[in-house]
Design a binder for this molecule. Structure first.
Ligand code: ADP
Length: 359
């Protein structure tokens, strides 16, 4: 079952367990701890008093009293001291211990705040990365729905570098559907001003869509000065592209073939795609089931397809990637970068107010 990043007040969630970023005394504090105790009522504090505190990196479970969830798992995150004092291992331990407690107690859904990322000062982007990695590692071996709850958007950060890079990519590639630039009336028109730092320019075809192709160099012309058409050299695995272009199988069959080619197991693939078991069963068993574009992209990421391969997979279900959709451009960015960590992609989509993958 998948991992979701949601923006919510954790005390309002109706899942089996919510996790509290507690302190060693377990007797309440500020931040999310204060909010949980306030919403749960005095009985929670009474039960916590009987627990005898909790070590950093450990977790303990209580009932949830007036909260809409069933349990509260209290874990104590490390205080950030610069990163050299074993903070990462302790934070990972918080997630692991909390998740195994949840499992032992039969929880099917668990929500975490960003442990240590408040008063304890763990840098938020690093805290989020540890959360996503630890939870996804657990989800590879276990069935559970896990939420990372981000309270306010300001407190949520992907690394500045990634944010700027994606923003730049969107700015360079986003095409407003209603915008028509007369300079591009001629589909062969080439303007070097539009070259990017990699020597690529945005080619505009008859439609408004753009395609990135290499800028022409002198060497692209033959002896007679005629342009020698250079078909973009596919760097990707030709056999896979071939297979995808010939395919007239339905999506399920295509998917199974790709899973085979990539040497993955079915479970590995749908888990990596952050797709639920139910969705997987629907794809495999319901003949008329048409997966959403989001689901197809999730599988393309899980299968580590190149941009071209992903587009072909999408086309088997009648979808395409558009230049007038921020979501699509962000996906294209990651496919081009060959960054296939679905949680990093989801964090980025979330930051740009887009729907996450696999949801
Ligand atoms: P810590 O002491 O472990 O740093 P904090 O409670 O100070 O714990 O902060 C942990 C994270 O929880 C912070 O990112 C904070 O923004 C967030 N947070 C605070 N209140 C809530 C809430 N009601 N729901 C979800 N997250 C919350």
């Amino acid at each position: 079952m998948p991992l979701y990043i949601i923006r919510q007040d954790i005390t309002k969630l109706e899942c089996d367990a919510i996790v509290n970023a507690a302190n060693n005394t377990l007797l309440g504090g500020g931040g999310v701890d204060g909010a949980i105790h306030k919403a749960a009522g005095a009985e929670l504090l009474e039960e916590c008093k009987r627990l005898g505190g909790c070590d950093t990196g450990e977790a303990k479970i209580t009932k949830a009293y007036n909260l809409p969830c069933k349990h509260v798992i209290h874990t104590v995150g490390p205080i950030w001291q610069g990163g050299e004092k074993g903070e990462k291992a302790l934070l990972e331990s918080c997630y692991k211990k909390s998740l195994s407690l949840a499992k032992e107690n039969g929880c099917e859904s668990v929500a975490f705040p960003l442990i240590s990322a408040g008063v304890y000062g763990y840098p938020k982007d690093k805290a989020l990365a540890v959360a996503a990695e630890s939870i996804s590692e657990f989800l590879f071996k276990n069935e559970m729905t896990v939420y990372i709850v981000v309270f306010d958007k300001a407190s949520y950060q992907i690394s500045e570098e990634l944010f700027d890079d994606v923003q730049e990519y969107i700015d360079d590639n986003y095409v407003d559907d209603n915008y028509v630039d007369d300079n591009y009336a001629d589909e062969n028109y080439v303007d070097d001003n539009y070259a990017d730092e990699n020597g690529y320019y945005l080619e505009r075809s008859g439609e408004v869509c753009c395609r990135r192709v290499p800028i022409f160099k002198e060497s692209d012309y033959d002896l007679f000065g005629c342009f020698e058409e250079k078909i973009e050299e596919p760097t990707e695995d030709l056999s896979l592209l071939d297979m995808l272009s010939k395919i007239d199988d339905n999506f399920a069959v295509t998917l199974l073939k790709l899973i085979d080619i990539k040497g993955m197991s079915d479970v590995e693939c749908y888990k990596k795609a952050n797709v639920s078991k139910q969705t997987w069963y629907k794809i495999m068993n319901e003949k008329e089931y048409k997966p959403s574009k989001n689901t197809v992209i999730s599988f393309a990421i899980a299968l580590e397809l190149s941009l071209e391969e992903a587009k072909r997979l999408l086309s088997t279900v009648g979808f395409t990637l558009s230049k007038s959709s921020k979501f699509d451009i962000i996906i294209e960015y990651f496919l081009l970068k060959e960054e296939y960590n679905i949680f990093i992609i989801n964090e980025t989509l979330f930051k740009f107010d887009q729907v996450c993958l696999g949801v």
